[in-house]
Ligand binder design. Sequence first.
Ligand SMILES: Nc1ncnc2c1ncn2[C@@H]1O[C@H](COP(=O)(O)OP(=O)(O)O)[C@@H](O)[C@H]1O
Ligand SMILES: [Mg+2]
Length: 259
Amino acid sequence: MDNSNITILKIGGSVITDKSADDGAARTDQIERIAREIAGFEGKLIIVHGAGSFGHPQVKRFGLTGKFDHEGSIITHMSVRKLNTIVVEALNSVGVNALPVHPMACAVSSNSRIKSMFLEQIEEMLESGFVPVLHGDMVMDTELGTSVLSGDQIVPYLAIQMKASRIGIGSAEEGVLDDKKEVIPLISNGNFEEIKAYLGGSTNTDVTGGMLGKVLELLELSEQSNSTSYIFNAGNTGNICDFLNGKNIGTAISGTRTI
Ligand SMILES: Nc1ncnc2c1ncn2[C@@H]1O[C@H](COP(=O)(O)OP(=O)(O)O)[C@@H](O)[C@H]1O
Ligand SMILES: [Mg+2]
């Protein structure tokens, strides 16, 4: 297939859910606003959304990062599916031809890293003008039984496999912030050691690494594909539109110093 010009957009669970809730609480106003911003975009687009309070509290409650549990895996998966349905329905209601793609049904991990993922349906969806919508999920794991698969890990995996040209991670901060709460414009292997101390996990319930996890995933991506990706605030009206229209916003993560 023609893989040129694929955009991957991740929408953080911190934006589309109330992440301080201990069970699924969707921010429908935010989801509808984001859907409207996406509706104007005409290129090939893959959306990945986070789990927010539809996944992290459940994983914590059942201790799924440390042990295998049938009930916890099922409850968490069914919960993130609910959020996915809300997102997909909001997209469709503003004219985006969105279809759900559940990682539990097409990805297998090994020790919490994606080992394989069936991608042919995603390729065909893009060819036919659909927008696949994936999400953080529980997946089968060859070593652990099941494991948590973060949306932040799905993004670079898809970016490499699908040779995406534009990658954006929308979260709840203006970008990656330094100790003065100012946006770090560019992170590369050249300055990662300097800024590493500013990076932490999430202040809310997040079992998958918060901002540090995102930066590590995207730095690895930039090494493997020489791509530049962006971390920006998807909670601000207009930012998703700007990103989709080619504007460079937030923090750029790049393997090289030239962007
Ligand atoms: N240097 C940093 N810059 C910005 N956010 C940071 C930083 N260090 C830690 N964080 C935390 O990481 C959070 C983003 O990660 P997370 O909650 O997992 O978002 P998402 O739901 O979008 O995946 C921020 O809201 C903030 O609490
Ligand atoms: Mg997160």
